[in-house]
Design a protein around this ligand. Structure first.
Ligand SMILES: Nc1nc2c(ncn2[C@@H]2O[C@H](COP(=O)(O)OP(=O)(O)OP(=O)(O)O)[C@@H](O)[C@H]2O)c(=O)[nH]1
Ligand SMILES: [Mg+2]
Length: 464
């Protein structure tokens, strides 16, 4: 976005906004936030007090005793004058104060409008603003750490590095264009251009690749529990999440729909998805359920293939292969981990156990009793996969909008590389180079539209 547009938007945003910034509902304390040119004047009228100190105790007649904190522009979250009124957390007090603020000239803030203003006033770039929403939504250690790093500019810093390399590439190309005007000067050496383009390509590829880890951290790792009817899938789900989420019965075909619940293990979130047992059936509803099981398997990062150990005399390699084919037929498992869970271990005789155990160590098999809550080994296994899936060598991207822009930037730089190979003219190369720079600019918000901004900030909470 150009400077002119920025200024226009700033003018549009000079009205003073207000909102309750604490969670909706009753609490010990609630914070009402005001931001805009009239914030301090309006707060002074509300409290009938001259707000001369940064933090001031005030009595608002017939309503409440409050603490008012004043942040003068530009040293505030939004960059504007900001006032925070901490009142007692009754809904009645919150509503009454908001009504008074509105009657004094403030208007209710839209979702994310405070952060939107912080972005428009240059307090943070767009990727940092988006990380604020992620930080608020973070519910475990890994996603919190990721959002915090992004809010503190990890992605922006990375993009800045890329931008510098791209600008260097642009200036080399421009130099070449200048040379091209003098026919007597030899064509510029392009090896530095090739080297820089390949560095940029590699950098972009690493960032795109990190999305997998970012997504696993932010949205959790999907674990689909798949198997024949009555194998004990729902029992396993209940044991893993520690509550009776799914109905368990000895009737085959009990579960008809997908049931999802998540658990955080060692700071990583796992989304367990119980599914309808797979079998041949004429029942229409059950058929739909089975189709959903397949979809869940397709979408999952990990598949737990649950088998009833008592159904097999000896769990040899062929049996496992047949089961895999039968249950995962047509599902692309190339990017998934499949763990075979041999359930109902408590019903096995010592002899059967011995027979099974020879194969267990060879294949990805966990022998357990879901009913008896024996899931430690399975959890350890899941964790080791989870750690791998959430680990990344580089700064981690976790936002789909960023991934989309990075992929476009990658495509553009690949075009530059092809162009270099084919000895295309500098003019043609610079077109693709600009596409690359523009795509990156969309992430930090240097290039953006109202529409994009609106779609980003509408997902924020009101008051942030
Ligand atoms: N002894 C023993 N019984 C189990 C175990 N796990 C499940 N069961 C029993 O097996 C039966 C089927 O369990 P579910 O968890 O409903 O099986 P499911 O795979 O979800 O079955 P569908 O929903 O029909 O596909 C129930 O009677 C459970 O109590 C186990 O580890 N040991
Ligand atoms: Mg079930």
């Amino acid at each position: 976005m150009g400077n002119d547009t920025m200024q226009e938007m700033n003018i549009l945003h000079t009205d003073t906004i207000c909102a309750v910034s604490t969670a909706p509902g009753v609490g010990g304390i609630a914070v009402i936030r005001l931001s805009g040119t009239q914030a301090i004047v309006i707060a002074e009228q509300l409290t009938k007090t001259a707000l001369t100190r940064p933090v001031q105790f005030c009595h608002i007649e017939d309503i409440d005793d409050v603490v008012v904190t004043v942040f003068h522009s530009p040293h505030s979250y939004t960059g504007e004058d900001v006032v925070e009124v901490s009142c007692h957390g009754s809904l009645y007090i919150q509503q009454t104060l908001l009504r008074q603020l509105i009657s004094l000239g403030a208007r209710l803030a839209r979702a994310g409008e405070f952060t939107e203003r912080a972005f428009l006033n240059g307090k943070m770039d767009l990727s940092e603003a988006e990380a604020v929403a992620d930080l608020i939504a973070a519910e475990n250690e890994a996603s919190h750490r990721l959002a915090l790093a992004q809010m503190k500019g990890a992605v922006s810093h990375e993009l800045q590095q890329l931008r510098e390399r791209l600008l260097r590439l642009t200036s080399l190309l421009e130099l070449e264009l200048d040379f091209a005007d003098h026919e007597d000067v030899e064509f510029a050496d392009r090896s530095e251009l090739v080297r820089l383009a390949s560095l940029i390509e590699e950098h972009l590829r690493t960032l795109c690749h990190s999305f997998k880890a970012g997504n696993a951290i932010k949205n959790g790792i999907g674990v689909a529990i798949i198997g024949h009817t009555n194998a004990g899938k729902s029992t396993l789900l209940n044991t893993l999440v520690g509550e009776e989420r799914a109905i368990v019965s000895d009737i085959h075909g009990t579960t008809r729909d997908v049931i999802e619940d998540s658990v955080v293990l060692n700071g990583i979130r796992f989304r367990f998805i119980d599914t309808a047992g797979i079998r041949q059936t004429d029942n229409k509803i059950e058929q739909i359920g089975i189709e959903r099981s397949r979809l869940a398997a397709q979408k999952a990062d990990i598949i737990c293939l649950v088998m009833d150990a008592t159904d097999y005399h000896d769990i040899d390699d062929d049996t496992i292969e047949t089961q895999r084919e039968e249950l995962l037929n047509g599902i692309d498992c190339s990017n998934k981990e499949v763990i075979i869970v041999l359930n109902k271990a408590d019903l096995l005789s010592d002899n059967q156990r011995r027979l099974h155990s020879t194969h267990i160590y060879k294949n990805n098999i966990v022998l357990l009793s879901a009913q008896k809550g024996e899931t430690e080994e399975l959890k350890e296994w899941l964790l080791s996969i989870g750690k791998e899936k959430t680990a990344s060598q580089s700064v981690v991207i976790s936002n789909l909008r960023h991934l989309d822009a990075l992929q476009r930037a990658l495509y553009a730089i690949e075009q530059v590389q092809i162009g270099l190979q084919e000895q295309l003219s500098g003019e043609l190369l610079s077109l693709d180079l600009h596409d690359c720079i523009n795509a990156l600019g969309e992430i930090t918000g240097q290039i953006t539209s109202d529409e994009v901004l609106h779609s980003i900030f509408k997902n924020f909470c009101i008051g942030k």
